[in-house]
Design a protein around this ligand. Structure first.
Ligand code: F6P
Length: 342
């Protein structure tokens, strides 16, 4: 078979492990051939691709980002987009596609399946908010990066008697915030799933300081919202999938906390640092397992599926299952983080 691979949406540590897994098993065990489209669906529309061989995918396991490049291009927003996908597949002699991506990339994949294009998806996102899989690769790396940052911010917060507000990614889910807050010993964690009351946040900080602690760490997810307010973003632009660019709630929190409590406050927005660099071992392993399962699924003609982690097993689930609803933070995880607040 000849198979096309692409990586779409925000990049994510572990993408190269998936590509390597697909190609290594696909060539060595099944004798398939592979092309990698450049920059997600954009490369499919422009038919811009490279041959993916064992040699081309050697030495990439530990590398962050994606050797193929990525984009947030949506073929359904481009006139004749689906025809261009078919054309690229015909010209390259492809029998199937393996898109590796989040909700948006896999949403396109699902529609293409409905149009008769053979596709098997691989879930990817640092946000861990995709339904159908217990974890996505990239999440553990992002949590580790955020935790390392919180550890560093702890020592400077302590030296200066400050409240430090750390903003992490996660879009509309609080997975990264709750995990890194728990691992980093945050005093307050604010997540989108639980709209916050700024008075309560300040009261908690006052109580903590009254007990003799002279610094605090507040971890806030970029998508967290105040109870009586709306989503805060410094940006207005939307991407091709209609998502608003998030970021900046920490700026507002820094100001509010300082004004209301009189404690000196500083904020840090971790941003894309959380997505960059070396994937941790867990994400390399999960990515490799996903890649190997994806090529097995394609080889068996088991299309319309997404590979997924359920417990400790790698399984295949219908793409539609992954796209039903975003997987929000499990309440129990937040409640555990809450035990250590203040
Ligand atoms: O979905 C992954 C993610 O990193 C989100 O956490 C974040 O909101 C978004 O992507 C940022 O996207 P961009 O790369 O377009 O800035």
């Amino acid at each position: 078979m000849r198979i096309g691979i692409l990586t779409g949406g925000g990049d994510c540590p572990g993408l190269n492990a998936v590509i390597r897994g697909i190609v290594r098993k696909g060539i060595n065990q099944y004798g398939h051939e592979f092309v990698g489209f450049r920059h997600g669906w954009a490369g499919v529309l422009k038919n811009e691709a490279v041959e993916l061989t064992n040699a081309a995918t050697r030495g990439i396991l530990h590398r962050g980002g994606t050797i193929l490049g990525s984009s947030r291009t949506n073929p359904y927003k481009v006139e004749g987009g689906v025809d261009l996908v078919r054309e690229a597949m015909r010209e390259r002699g492809l029998n199937a596609l393996i898109p590796i991506g989040g909700e948006d990339t896999l949403g396109v994949a699902r529609k293409l399946v409905d149009e008769g294009i053979p596709v098997v998806g691989v879930p990817k996102t640092i946000d861990n908010d995709l339904a159908g899989t217990d974890f996505t690769f990239g999440f553990q790396t992002a949590v580790q990066i955020a935790t390392d940052a919180i550890d560093r911010l702890h020592t400077t917060a302590e030296s200066h008697n400050r409240v430090i507000v750390v903003e992490v990614m996660g879009r509309h889910a609080g997975w990264i915030a709750a995990y890194s807050g728990l691992a980093g010993g945050a005093d307050v964690v604010l997540v989108p799933e639980r709209p916050f009351d700024i008075d309560e946040v300040c009261e908690r900080l006052r109580r903590r300081h009254a007990l003799g602690r002279n610094f605090s760490i507040v971890v806030v997810a970029e998508g967290a919202t105040p109870k009586d307010g709306t989503l805060h973003s410094e940006f207005e632009a939307k991407d091709a999938f209609g998502h608003v660019r998030l970021g900046g709630i920490a700026i507002e929190l820094e100001r509010e906390i300082e004004q209301r409590t009189g404690f000196e406050a500083r904020m840090t927005i971790l941003g894309h640092v959380q997505r960059g660099g070396t994937p941790c071992a867990y994400d390399r392993v999960l990515g490799s397992r996903f890649g190997v399962e994806a090529i097995d699924a394609v080889s068996e003609g088991d299309y319309g599926k997404m590979v997924a982690l359920r417990g400790t097993e790698i399984v295949r689930v219908p793409l539609s299952e992954a796209l039903a609803e975003p997987k929000l933070l499990a309440p129990k995880v937040f409640e555990t983080a809450e035990v250590f607040f203040g």
